[in-house]
Design a protein around this ligand. Structure first.
Ligand code: ATP
Length: 334
């Protein structure tokens, strides 16, 4: 079956990691008709819009997209393109599996955490204003509807995949109303899943516990901002941002993308690690039912790491983005 998928290369290291992932997808024999559209500065130069309607309509029509990182210029008055995209398509759940790769040396083995992050509200609501010069107010929005919806997503996932424990992460001791509401909603959902162990941790303690022993976590359930921070912390535990894939999921549409940003410092140099983008493609093809071929890509990536000869510079190696992709392709075609 030929899939029709929207492809957003992004900017910075986006196009490089996207090309690397495309080579691997082709070598795995997955048939795709790509609809290539971009967002961000490139799109703005062409169409005058950072997030063109054409792109949103393409995803609405194809239902699935894969996306490289897109940078949003800091402090220039328009909201993040990534956040706008997630909101426009109601991609309320961010799903990020944080797992050791064989051969990648880190302080801990057996890390296998799923970070489930609420994607549509919290301090990402973009409601900031100057009260008087020198005083700024930023609004944290937490609703029962979004909190219940993300909790259901996490518990349903845990039930389906036989995960044992969900840790809800919060700061309800300080933000009694907002994080208090989040916790209340999660507790209500947790009661419906008695077979799944449920615990609550304050976010600062959760970060310390992750650094001390990340293997104690199974599924972590977080609001938007804590989820962003904890995802990067988790990535650091398994070897860095170059390795961790992600999915943004809603009822109707899904956009797959690596956790990392556009890493402008290394952009255009063929240095970026394309693993996170490739593993995002694996998640996407699993979602599309191409499980066998998706798993073959995952095994090929693992085999390259197991050998340990073709490592990009973020992992202490000298391989280029292209060389890493070629090594994965070799495993797939042999
Ligand atoms: P954003 O604000 O867009 O989320 P960020 O602050 O998380 O971005 P990134 O652009 O993800 O920052 O990168 C942070 C650093 O991590 C980069 O400077 C780079 O050194 C490293 N990094 C991120 N992704 C990769 C990658 N794929 N390969 C190698 N190094 C990477």
């Amino acid at each position: 079956m030929k899939h029709k998928i929207t492809l957003i290369p992004g900017d910075g290291i986006g196009p490089e990691v996207t090309n690397a992932a495309l080579k691997v997808i082709e070598a795995a024999g997955i048939e795709v008709e790509w609809e290539v559209l971009n967002a961000g500065v490139e799109a703005f130069q062409k169409s005058g819009r950072y997030l063109p309607d054409e792109l949103l309509n393409s995803i609405r029509c194809n239902h699935v997209a894969i996306k490289g990182p897109i940078s949003t210029p800091i402090g220039e008055g328009f909201s993040s393109i990534n956040v706008t995209l997630r909101k426009a398509l109601n991609l309320y759940a961010s799903f990020r599996p944080i797992k050791n790769l064989p051969g990648v040396k880190t302080r801990f083995d057996n890390v296998d955490i799923i970070v489930v992050r609420e994607n549509t509200e919290d301090l990402y609501s973009g409601l900031e204003h100057v009260v008087v010069p020198g005083v700024v107010e930023s609004l944290k929005i937490i609703t029962a509807e979004a909190s219940t919806r993300i909790a259901r997503f996490a518990f349903e996932y845990a039930r389906r995949k036989n995960r044992k424990k969900i840790s809800a992460i919060h700061k309800a001791n300080i933000m009694k109303l907002s994080d208090g509401l989040f916790l209340e909603c999660v507790r209500n959902v947790a009661r419906l899943y008695p077979e799944i162990q449920y615990e609550e941790l304050i976010v600062d303690n959760a970060c310390m516990q992750m650094v001390l022993d990340p293997t104690q976590f199974d599924v972590m359930l977080l609001e938007n901002l804590y989820g962003d921070i904890v995802s990067d912390l988790g990535a650091g535990l398994v070897g860095g941002l170059g390795l961790v894939p992600g999915a943004n999921l809603g009822e109707e549409w899904a956009v797959f993308e690596p956790v990392h940003g556009s890493a402008p410092k290394i952009a255009g140099k063929n240095l970026a690690n394309p693993t996170a983008m490739m593993l995002s493609a694996v998640l996407m093809f699993q979602h599309l039912g191409e499980t066998e071929k998706a798993n073959r890509i995952a095994y090929a990536i693992e085999a390259v790491y197991q050998k340990g000869k073709t490592l990009t510079s973020d992992l202490g190696g000298t391989a280029t983005t292209t060389q890493f992709a070629e090594a994965v392709v070799q495993h797939l075609v042999n």
